[in-house]
Design a protein around this ligand. Structure first.
Ligand SMILES: [Zn+2]
Length: 347
């Protein structure tokens, strides 16, 4: 079980993400009362080096306490503060820990103690009831702020478009918070830009505030002009056996230093992601692309041409990053296609 509290511990809101471990000592679920039930569920710090969610929540709560002397929330709030020990070190997860956003019910990752914690959180919220769920993240590449959903359900899309018009639908990776919570209530993941950007914290804070004030989440279709829906069709990884870097490095794969600018742009066939000097392990390419079913689709999307790793068809990448630790620990990025045809319509 995670640690559970029904109040804000003394000094919590003054504590930044690095200090939470000293104060809480474990993943913690905090239930705060509000005028309406059931609670809005908000999770922060699934990744220890992504403080935007915590900074948004504590800003919102501190403002309300300054105004009213207590949070006096318009709706109950259940706040799950995740990987505090990784946050203390400013890393996504500690060595030996699983990724906290891959171990929720539905996970295909090897079973760990953390699977039990997340399952207990979902059980608790199932018993208490849940209005909606929001999981907050920073990312590393140059991306717009956007929301992710794992179901093409009007209520999920309404909640997502409260954050912005860019919405990504994905079914992989599994074991993510938003997919597990989708069984209980409308559920979204928010990608709020890079760490340290004040606009990301403000945008996240405003979305949580808006969700707390909602009496209900509309079930009618989202107007097509209010949404740009994308579907994640594949995930790109550099095999462990292949070395990679950026110019002037000479590795198996020397990535284009401009890759972050490719995010959320429709790229034409022939676009080069990098120069290939070697491809140990796999069939000719130092890259592995897998579709939602886990199937290897590398050659559908990429080919080797003039020593360059080039796109074979038009796609839109997301989450491409120059951060080499993230590339190794998570992935190089995702490939998406436009999906507006799949937004539910009025019959
Ligand atoms: Zn994250």
């Amino acid at each position: 079980m995670p640690q559970q509290l029904d109040h804000l511990p003394e000094g919590l809101l003054e504590t930044d993400s690095r200090g939470l471990d000293a104060l809480l000592g474990a993943p913690t679920l905090i239930h705060l009362p509000g005028a309406r039930e059931p609670a809005l569920f908000v999770s922060v710090l699934m990744h220890g080096n992504e403080p935007v969610g915590w900074d948004a929540v504590r800003a919102l709560l501190a403002e309300r306490i300054a105004r009213f002397g207590e949070p006096l929330l318009p709706r109950a709030l259940s706040l799950f503060i995740g990987n505090v020990s990784a946050a203390a070190s400013g890393v996504r997860h500690l060595p030996g820990q699983p990724d906290y956003n891959r171990v929720w019910p539905g996970s295909e990752a090897p079973v760990s103690r953390e699977h039990e914690v997340m399952a207990a959180v979902v059980r608790t919220m199932t018993e208490r009831g849940c209005f909606a769920s929001i999981d907050l993240h920073n990312n590393t590449g140059s991306n717009p702020h956007y929301a992710c959903v794992n179901r093409l359900d009007n209520r999920f899309l309404h909640l997502a478009t409260l954050f912005g018009r860019t919405v990504v639908y994905f079914l992989r990776p599994t074991g993510v918070q938003s997919m597990a919570m989708a069984a209980l209530c409308p559920s979204i993941t928010l990608e709020c830009g890079k760490v340290g950007e004040e606009t990301g914290v403000r945008h996240a804070r405003d979305l949580i505030d808006a969700a707390l004030h909602l009496a209900e989440i509309p079930d009618h279709p989202v107007a097509p002009h209010d949404i740009d829906l994308f579907h994640t069709v594949a995930r790109m990884q550099i095999p462990d056996a292949a070395s990679f870097g950026f110019p002037p490095d000479t590795a198996d794969l020397v990535l284009n230093p401009e890759i972050e600018h490719f995010n959320f742009r429709e790229l034409p066939p022939g676009t080069a992601l990098g120069r290939v000097n070697g491809a140990p392990g796999r069939a000719g390419l130092p890259l592995e692309v897998r579709d939602e079913g886990g199937l290897d689709v590398t050659e559908r999307y990429f080919g080797l041409e003039g020593g360059e790793l080039r796109l074979r068809q038009s796609v839109m990448p997301s989450m491409l990053t120059r951060n080499q630790v993230v590339i190794r620990q998570d992935c190089l990025g995702y490939l998406m296609e436009r999906y507006n045809d799949h937004v539910p319509r009025r019959d």
